[in-house]
Design a protein around this ligand. Structure first.
Ligand SMILES: [Zn+2]
Ligand SMILES: [Zn+2]
Length: 134
């Protein structure tokens, strides 16, 4: 069970599901989009996510993996909320920083550590991938 939303409150969301995976993504696109060192991505079955409000969307085609990612964000306050991949529309990524309880899920993996910022320390025991997982 998760609940969350953007800074201004225009977009709210919830899911009764548990995340399939929790990943830190260190790719350059996540760094730019978040304005930070990495994204913390929670992976959910897309059908379980209930969204109120209409997020804006940007189709990010210039990704390191080559797979287009649709990035959804609040058009009023700019908070990044969700990502959808064209290659797997059954899944949706929720940005952990927008959860009402953002510390609830510890990332089990890190992806795109090729572009990890040098000062970032990863949690002990994490599985890391230089590029995409798998
Ligand atoms: Zn907002
Ligand atoms: Zn990323």
């Amino acid at each position: 069970m998760i609940e969350g939303g953007c800074n201004c409150g225009k977009i709210r969301y919830s899911s009764e599901a548990k995340p399939i995976a929790v990943a830190q993504c260190h790719c350059r696109n996540c760094q730019r989009q978040s304005g930070s060192a990495f994204s913390v991505n929670l992976l959910f079955p897309a059908a379980t996510l209930l969204v109120s409000g209409e997020p804006a969307a940007y189709e990010d085609t210039d990704t390191e993996s080559g797979n287009a990612v649709v990035r959804k964000f609040c058009s009023t306050c700019g908070s990044p909320l969700f990502s959808e991949t064209r290659s797997n529309p059954a899944l949706i990524i929720v940005k952990a920083g927008t959860l009402d309880n953002p510390g609830a899920f510890k990332p089990g993996i890190s992806v795109w550590t090729d572009s990890q910022m040098p000062w970032v320390e990863l949690p002990a025991g994490q599985t890391t991938f230089p590029r995409n997982a798998g």
